[in-house]
Design a protein around this ligand. Structure first.
Ligand SMILES: *Cc1c(COP(=O)(O)O)cnc(C)c1O
Length: 494
């Protein structure tokens, strides 16, 4: 039976998977959720013999049930090819007793590549299926990582173009250079005078403008979103945990049916929600450890049942997890509210107006399979150093937050544990080198640090880093935060 998608905030009409991908967000402001979680229809045993691509097909066909076999296989083949630097796509490596699922072997060396490599294919296929003739304009605000991964994914994809807004003074020099050197006739990058919230607000305003939508339509354009709340980004992530289980079987580390733990460094709650969906599909996961940095709003939520974003926003060395509103949590809330859209909407409205909400005891009881943990900045550094000393393995700051939670809570259970490793250490070279050598390299430039990291790790410098050493800057647009729409109109010639 086919899976349809409904909103978390009202009982409006259901849409197909391809329609949900095109829309991104439901019209009532809710998120699309599948009307049930399908069970895997291959045996656990057989997972050991499947490649990443084959696993992706077995998972995604169940959720994207209005895609034909041919369509979906073409999307998967186009996404997970030699733009990844390993044929495993996501290697599972054992270090000091834990299993690191390396999700950073794609074009921008962070795990967002995993979903953003396939989203353009899912999007253009969805457009075709629904008779959309317009060019799809992807509009995105980024605090650094998503922008580059989305640009790389959509560059030169026919029938699409992409406009990325970023805070001119709010991203790291490497992140900025990664974006400004992006090739592709259909790519546009604009720095704004303002912060990330300004960029996000400006983008949302354009998405919601009926008047702008009409003028775009007249010129043959329509907006869509590459944001992490799109189910086209969520569904491909479920594959990680199905694949990891297969790899543990293949490596002879577990017996078929044996339960495992997973630890996920969490920001917007997309990745760990995907692990929860994998569990609900039948992957024997006992506990999902949600790892936070010092912005530990989710840790507090799992402790108390109260979500409270009214707190200081802390800038940490794991910036992709510096988030106080974890958007994808709404999908879990909806589930534990017994799919009650009214109750979910009331809680989300309370988050907007009061900055907090509290779930009922009944809802809390359903969160047994989750456990929260967190790492301070000091603990994050210590963990990088500790694992380097113990296993000669260098991890990035985000992964280190998860690793700390593993040592604190999962290691002692004796259960095999998969840690989602979400970025290459080369992406956060300065923090990583500081963790290991404590200030010794303060005077070095970012690229000198890259060479040092290469020396001590023996891991080849990824193409993504080599490329930007010498690549020419090809984007130079800058505007005030109040002029974002004018910029879009200029770019599209409206
Ligand atoms: C985005 C990101 C995360 C957080 O993932 P969510 O799905 O938003 O919870 C963690 N680590 C890295 C490196 C990221 O880029």
């Amino acid at each position: 039976m086919s899976i349809m998608y409904k909103s978390t905030r009202s009982n409006s009409e259901k849409v197909t998977a391809s329609q949900a991908i095109l829309k991104g967000l439901a019209e009532d402001g809710g998120l699309f959720v599948p009307d049930r979680i399908p069970a895997l229809d291959v045996s656990l045993e057989s997972l050991a013999g499947l490649s990443y691509q084959e696993t992706a097909y077995e998972v995604m066909k169940l959720f994207l049930s209005d895609f034909t076999e041919e369509e979906l296989k073409a999307c998967i083949a186009g996404a997970y090819d030699d733009k990844f630097d390993t044929t495993d796509i996501a290697p599972l490596v054992k270090k000091d007793g834990a299993f690191y699922l390396e999700l950073f072997h794609g074009r921008t060396i962070a795990f967002k590549d995993m979903a953003l490599s396939i989203l353009p294919y899912l999007m253009t296929t969805s457009a075709k299926k629904n008779g959309v003739k317009n060019e799809i304009v992807i509009l995105t605000a980024t605090s650094g990582d998503t922008g580059k991964a989305a640009l790389a994914g959509f560059a030169d994809v026919p029938g699409t173009s992409i406009i990325v807004f970023y805070p001119k003074d709010g991203v790291s020099p490497i992140q900025e250079k990664q974006m400004l050197t992006q090739k592709g006739e259909n790519t546009n990058v604009v720095g704004i005078i303002g912060n990330f919230d300004d960029a996000q607000t400006g983008v949302k305003k354009m998405f919601h403008s009926k008047e702008l939508a009409e003028r775009m339509d007249a010129k043959g354009y329509q907006f869509s979103s590459a944001n992490s709340i799109n189910i086209g980004r969520l569904v491909p992530q479920i594959v990680y945990y199905v694949y990891a289980y297969g790899q543990l079987l293949k490596q002879g580390e577990i017996t078929c049916g044996e339960t495992i733990h997973v630890v996920v460094p969490t920001g917007n709650f997309g990745n760990i929600l995907a692990a929860y969906y994998a569990k609900n599909m039948g992957i024997p996961i006992e506990t999902l450890f949600c790892a936070s940095n010092e912005n530990k709003v989710l840790y507090d939520f799992f402790q108390t049942g109260k979500y409270d974003r009214k707190r200081e926003f802390i800038l940490t060395s794991s910036p992709s997890m510096d988030i106080l509103i974890s958007s994808n949590l709404e999908r879990l809330i909806y589930k534990i509210a017994g799919e009650d859209a009214e109750q979910t909407k009331a809680l989300m409205d309370s988050l907007t107006s009061e900055g907090e909400y509290e779930i009922t005891e009944e809802m809390k009881a359903q969160l047994d399979c989750f456990a929260g943990g967190f790492a301070t900045e000091e603990q994050t550094s210590e963990t990088i150093r500790k694992v380097y000393d113990a296993a000669d393995y260098i991890m990035d700051t985000h992964t280190a937050v998860a690793s700390k939670v593993y040592y604190d809570k999962a290691a002692e259970t004796g259960k095999k544990t998969v840690i989602a490793s979400t970025a290459s250490p080369y992406k956060f070279t300065r923090s990583v080198m500081n963790a290991i050598y404590q200030g010794k390299y303060d005077s070095m430039s970012d690229f000198e640090l890259v060479d040092e990291l290469n020396k001590i790790s023996g891991v080849k410098v990824p193409e993504a880093i080599e490329e930007i050493r010498t690549a020419p800057i090809v984007h130079d647009l800058v505007c005030d935060k109040s002029e974002m729409q004018k910029m879009v109109e200029n770019i599209l010639g409206l």
